[in-house]
Design a protein around this ligand. Sequence first.
Ligand code: PMP
Length: 401
Amino acid sequence: DSVFNHLLRAPEDPILGVTVAYNKDPSPVKLNLGVGAYRTEEGKPLVLNVVRKVEQQLINDLSRNKEYLPIVGLADFNKLSAKLIFGADSPAIQENRVTTVQCLSGTGSLRVGGEFLAKHYHQRTIYLPTPTWGNHPKVFNLAGLSVETYRYYAPATRGLDFQGFLEDLGSAPSGSIVLLHACAHNPTGVDPTLEQWEQIRQLIRSKALLPFFDSAYQGFASGSLDADAQPVRLFVADGGELLVAQSYAKNLGLYGERVGALSIVCKSADVASRVESQLKLVIRPMYSNPPIHGASIVAGILKDGDLFNEWTIELKAMADRIISMRQQLFDALRSRETPGDWSHIIKQIGMFTFTGLNAEQVSFMTNEYHIYMTSDGRISMAGLSSKTVPHLADAIHAAVT
Ligand code: PMP
C-alpha cells in the first residue's frame, strides 16, 4: 500500500484549471479566455522579435558559459530593472538606496518580498484588494504574513470603490503592508486615476503603511512603460520606503523563462545594503540562485538603445491590439442590442475585462458556446481576435437574455 494513500485529490488551480478544461473540449469553435497570456490575431503565442534577436546573440557568443549566477542574480539585469520601473533619473537609484534582486518572475518576487517582511518587518499583516489575483493570498499566507483585505471594486459601477478603498486603508493598523497593483489591476481592469493615486499615497504615508507594488503589466496597460510606472514613481518621489515586484512575463512575453525582480527602496544606502544581505539569506535556502537565460535576454534588450526602442514598439502593438479588441467587443454587443451598459469593456485597462457576468452565466457560455473563462467573469482580451469576437458577443448576448 502506498504511503500516500490517504491523499485526497486536490482541486485544479482556479485559473490554470480553465486551460485544463479547455484542452479537453473537442469543439472546433472553442475559445480560451481564461489564460493570462498574450495571443496574436491568429490566436498563437508570440515571441517578440527583440527576444529572438538577443537569444541569437547569446547563442553566438562563445565566451558565455552556464556558471551559477550570484544569489541575487545578474547584476546588469538588476540595475536595468530598477531603472525601468523607477525611471532613469530616479533620486532613489542615484542615492544608491534601492536594492534589486532577480527572482523567479512576478510570483517569486512577491514570495521573496513576503518572506523577507515576515522575518524582519514589525507588522506582519498585508492588505490585499478585493478582488485580487487569486494567487496573492496564498503566496503571502505561505510566506508567513496574515492577509486582510481592502475594498477596491464596486460591482454596481464596475469601477473603483474609491471611498471604500480610503476607508479601509484608513482603519488599517499603522505600519500594515498594503499590496497595490501598479497598473492594469487583475482581475478587474480598474485602476485609480493619478489624482486618486496621489490621495492614496498621502493616506499611506500619513499612516506609515508600507506599500508593496505588484508590477506585472508595465507597458501593457497604456502601451507606455513610463506612463504605467507613474503610480510607483509617485511613491518613490516622496522619499519613503516601498517594495516592488516586477515581472517580465507579459511585457516581454517571457512567461516560461520566469524572470522578474524584487526591489526595495530604502531610506539610505546603508539600510539598502543591509536589506540586501538579508534578502540573500531568504533566497539561498529557497532556490540558491536564479536562472541565467531569461535575465540575460532582458539585460541584452534593456542595455541596447536600438533594441529597447524596438521593444517599446512591439509592446505598444500588443497593448493596442488589446485595446482594439475592447472596442470590437463593445461594438459587437451594441450592434446586437445586448441589454446592459457595456461601456466598462472599453473603460477597463490591461489584459482583462471583468465582464460582470456571474458564475451561472459563465458556465452557460462554457456549456453552450465552448467559451472558457474564470468563474468570476474575467475574460482575457489578449485571447480574443477579430474572428472570435462575434462568437463571444453571441454567447454573452444569449447569457444575459
Ligand atoms: N501579479 C499579478 C497581478 C499577475 O496577474 C500575475 C500573472 N498572472 C503575476 C503577479 C505573476 O506572474 P508571473 O509569476 O508569471 O510573473
